[in-house]
Design a protein around this ligand. Structure first.
Ligand SMILES: C[S@@+](CC[C@H](N)C(=O)[O-])C[C@H]1O[C@@H](n2cnc3c(N)ncnc32)[C@H](O)[C@@H]1O
Length: 258
């Protein structure tokens, strides 16, 4: 699809979805006046991540002090079904976060309530729920549909085991609409996982809100923190000491509150 055709298809798809008009307005503004937001500070962020990063396994063993057994060894049956569901999906969606780190963080803080942004096939949701269901907990997720893929909404969360889904509450809007709706329902969160709008400004808006709602002792995780300097700047501005974890050639950041 050439650029003009892509822009007009995107516009038409948005026009059919009044619930997504606020995001359409923001996208137009961003494309006209704020195009640098996606990669702002990328070089310095990557350099910092490279310098301080640890592996998933070392983070789980040395920081969380939990014996590391890979997620796939803990949930082989559920994982097999999930891979099958992804294979059968008719749309292509975004890649998975670190299942090991999400699962063990949720265990570590003994979470009952988690919030995540960005679901796609639902790998991160699967990992969070694998822990939450043990405590009858609940995962609140925010996910914006892939506007150009007609059937995408049918496959959002398709890898999440069916028995986990009563513990899952999905808000199908952009974060700027979903998160305020989620925080009308809950007032404090045990674990946050951020994996949606990767622009600098999108992250800064959401990080602030999510951090405020995180309970003392809770864990905050963000994916792809080497894409721009938002996570690094957020930590510096708030005097926070993050852990940086490398997996699949990308970096995730984790901060504990207090
Ligand atoms: C990388 S994928 C998430 C992958 C998922 N966490 C996993 O581990 O399988 C990013 C998702 O964020 C969604 N997204 C992008 N921008 C968003 C926004 N502003 N608000 C809510 N969701 C958004 C995309 O539609 C996509 O489903």
């Amino acid at each position: 699809m050439n650029k003009i055709a892509e822009i007009s298809s995107t516009l038409m798809a948005y026009l059919k979805r009044p619930d997504l008009y606020p995001e359409l307005r923001r996208k137009i503004w961003k494309n006209l006046f704020n195009r640098s937001s996606a990669l702002r500070g990328k070089a310095e962020a990557e350099q910092w991540c490279r310098a301080v990063a640890t592996s998933e396994q070392d983070f789980i063993k040395n920081v969380l002090k939990i014996d590391f057994v890979p997620f796939e060894k803990l949930f082989p049956v559920e994982l097999g079904a999930a891979l099958h569901a992804q294979h059968n999906a008719k749309v292509k969606m975004g890649g998975a976060g670190s299942l090991n780190v999400i699962y063990y963080l949720t265990e570590y803080v003994n979470a009952h309530t988690s919030v995540e942004t960005g679901v796609a096939y639902g790998w991160s949701s699967f990992a969070a729920l694998a822990s939450l269901v043990k405590r009858n907990g609940m995962l609140y997720s925010s996910d914006m549909p892939y506007i150009l893929q007609n059937q995408s909404e049918d496959y959002v969360g398709c890898v999440i085991p069916k028995s986990y889904r009563i513990h899952w509450n999905l808000y199908r809007f952009a974060d700027k609409e979903s998160l305020p709706k989620i925080f009308e329902k809950i007032h404090a969160v045990d674990v946050v996982h951020y994996d949606s709008d990767k622009t600098y400004d999108g992250r800064m808006w959401a990080y602030k809100l999510l951090w405020e709602k995180l309970r003392s002792g809770g864990a905050f995780m963000s994916d792809d923190i080497g894409d721009n300097a938002a996570f690094k700047d957020f930590c510096t501005q708030n005097n926070l000491q993050p852990h940086v974890i490398e997996f699949d050639g990308k970096y995730a950041g984790v901060i504990f509150k207090d």
